[in-house]
Design a protein around this ligand. Sequence first.
Ligand SMILES: Cc1cc2nc3c(=O)[nH]c(=O)nc-3n(C[C@H](O)[C@H](O)[C@H](O)COP(=O)(O)OP(=O)(O)OC[C@H]3O[C@@H](n4cnc5c(N)ncnc54)[C@H](O)[C@@H]3O)c2cc1C
Length: 302
Amino acid sequence: MESTQLLILGTGPAGTSAAIYAGRAGMKTVMLGCAPKFAGDYEIDNYYGFPETISGRELQERGLEQAQRFGVEAVCDRVLGVHFGEKGGFVAKTESGREFSACGLVLATGVSRVRPGVSNLEEYEGKGVSYCVSCDGFFFRNRPVLVAGEGLFAANQAIELTQFTKDVTIVLQGKKSTITPEFMERLSAMNIEVIDAKIETLEGEDGLERALLSNGKTLNAHGLFIAMGQASGNDFAYTLGLERSGVFIKVDNEQRTNMPGIFAAGDCTGGFLQIAVAVGEGAKAAKSAISWLKNECPKNKE
Ligand SMILES: Cc1cc2nc3c(=O)[nH]c(=O)nc-3n(C[C@H](O)[C@H](O)[C@H](O)COP(=O)(O)OP(=O)(O)OC[C@H]3O[C@@H](n4cnc5c(N)ncnc54)[C@H](O)[C@@H]3O)c2cc1C
């Protein structure tokens, strides 16, 4: 377990801006995440201070260099899950198997647009469809469950589900599998089948009972866990019990969530989804996090 004071999830404008402020204030800060979507060869024409435009890539690289100048450690790794630490604070587990603990947490994970494409998904939300194994897995003890997803996030959720039931199947949902050979071996050892098909429709009278697949087959399923792409801020919010509005995390004017020590900034909080706004919110989140770390963080009181 690697320990730091502040953990920032996301290396986009919001996370990087928060990292610059936190690093500059002398906080030991780790930032987790890889290249944000805008960091390609897109012209950014409306960001303050660049009269001749700047590419998303260059703007991002400059921000990252600035954060690193203040001692911030930037780690390109995907976070699979975040939970509360046994002795307080938070623990983030990554795809490469690293674990980071911190007393303060800033969520700056942007907005996820990956949808599973199941026609009547909403009808079964709360009646079998879930987005969080650690929250809802218990309700499906010894019952057949499906996980919709193509990557390590889905594989990890499926493995976590075996604490509750031995009947777990992953459906790739029409995507190309990105599950590594090592994880495929672990899934196979746990009798978790990976099916290359798409769940099209859900069925059941008083809750989910069956899933109809694109290959014409029907699978018995009392639970369906959505784990498409990588874990999103919304997934972390769900696990940590953060208040949300739709897919967005609710924050106050100081970027504080309803949980002490957890702050959120940028697109994951909704509003005007722009770089300038994300940078401003990142700065405010860092200010609140610095105050939390200096004055309220339980570990500092030990
Ligand atoms: C192609 C494109 C062009 C755009 N052009 C403009 C423009 O010209 N002007 C403008 O103002 N805005 C533009 N935008 C919008 C702008 O990019 C966003 O509003 C801004 O990037 C939001 O910043 P953010 O830090 O909140 O999120 P993001 O930039 O989306 O960054 C999210 C970060 O979280 C990380 N992350 C997510 N999940 C995980 C996980 N599980 N584990 C680890 N890390 C994770 C991602 O890897 C990424 O680093 C554009 C967006 C795109 C996609």
